[in-house]
Design a protein around this ligand. Structure first.
Ligand code: R5P
Length: 331
């Protein structure tokens, strides 16, 4: 049938941009799992490093007019991950992609969201500028350390939450979770903790703490009652696990019965795994926004669990691609 003989709706459908998903190097396992849930193959691309450390990215299939999603989480080495993502966005635009969405499960620079000491960069905003300058048309991310980082972007941002995954996990571990208490490790996490407490129909408590440096925190008081209760600690991320150790210690000293921990991003830097292995908790769970190698799971003394958020990202990509609502995924 010639183009002119086809019904307009048929023409429109035939011209819908194909869904194409590619991955940077930082978490290919998550990207592959997202593709498996979507039922599409992971796009073919290659990243290489020259001897002088320059990165080159090369797509091995056509992207022309495609609805392109590039999965890249900001985990170690973070600067390489950001640079590779910018090159992938730029190369996709140069290859005539129709629309490019940067899928950033963990946006690490969200921790740098304000000028809280003199002569520093608000790097969360700078990285947002760089991604947009490279050509990102949309951003899909999860649990920003500070939700207002969303506002650093002028392009649309879909900000997913892992709260549903974390609370369902608590319920599967502790059937009478409603008798427990969700504990927020600091004022910044009280909103998230309160949403999870609502989902569990449980109590809520908070620790008042002071951050001394990047690696040191000092707890001041626990507001609420945890005595004799199962305590669920929730946070956006665990990096060195310094905050977690302080939070668990104070909960224990106030008489907590059992302690379960669930966070969105398990970054586990420096002494984190060693600290978790020796921690007086039943379990520490994090999602796979950051790749947790088997070696770390094994070294954590049976304490570490990894929860899968690939289905949530796959649903979000489907809805963005088809123009459906993304907020329906939160309920
Ligand atoms: C702090 O404001 C955050 O919500 C996390 O508690 C913190 O980033 C975790 O870092 P670390 O594990 O190094 O204490």
């Amino acid at each position: 049938m010639s183009v002119s003989n086809r019904a307009p709706s048929e023409l429109l459908n035939s011209r819908r941009s194909p869904l194409l998903v590619f991955s940077g190097q930082s978490n290919r396992a998550l990207a592959q799992s997202i593709c498996d849930h979507l039922g599409v193959p992971l796009g073919r691309s290659k990243t290489e490093k020259f001897t002088n450390d320059n990165i080159i990215v090369h797509y091995e299939e056509s992207l022309r007019e495609g609805d392109v999603f590039i999965v890249q989480t900001f985990s170690t080495p973070v600067s390489d991950a950001i640079m590779e993502l910018m090159l992938m966005i730029d190369a996709a635009k140069s290859a005539s992609a129709g629309r490019v969405t940067a899928v950033i499960p963990y946006y690490s620079y969200a921790r740098s969201d304000k000028k809280d000491s003199p002569r520093i960069s608000i790097a969360g905003r700078l990285v947002a500028d760089l991604l947009q300058e490279a050509g990102a048309d949309r951003i899909l991310t999860m649990t920003l350390h500070a939700p207002q980082v969303h506002g650093f972007f002028k392009v649309p941002v879909d900000h997913l939450s892992a709260d549903l995954v974390l609370s369902q996990h608590f319920k599967s571990c502790v059937p009478d979770a409603h008798n427990g208490v969700v504990l927020a490790p600091d004022a910044g996490s009280i909103k998230r903790a309160s949403q999870i407490a609502r989902r569990l129909d449980s109590g809520l408590a908070m620790i008042d703490k002071e951050r001394i440096s990047d690696t040191e925190v000092r707890p001041r008081a626990l507001i609420g009652d945890v005595e004799g209760k199962t305590v669920f600690i929730v946070d956006d991320e665990i990096s060195t696990a310094g905050s977690l150790v302080e939070t668990v210690n104070i909960a224990r000293s106030m008489g907590a019965k059992d302690v379960y921990v669930a966070v969105t991003h398990g970054v586990y830097t420096g002494p984190a795994i060693q600290r978790i292995a020796g921690l007086d908790v039943t379990q520490v769970a994090s999602t796979n926004t950051v790749l947790v190698p088997d070696s770390k799971v094994e070294a954590a003394n049976g304490k570490l669990a990894v929860l899968d958020v690939a289905p949530l990202f796959a649903d979000a990509i489907t809805n963005i691609h088809t123009g459906a609502s993304v907020s329906t995924l939160f309920t």
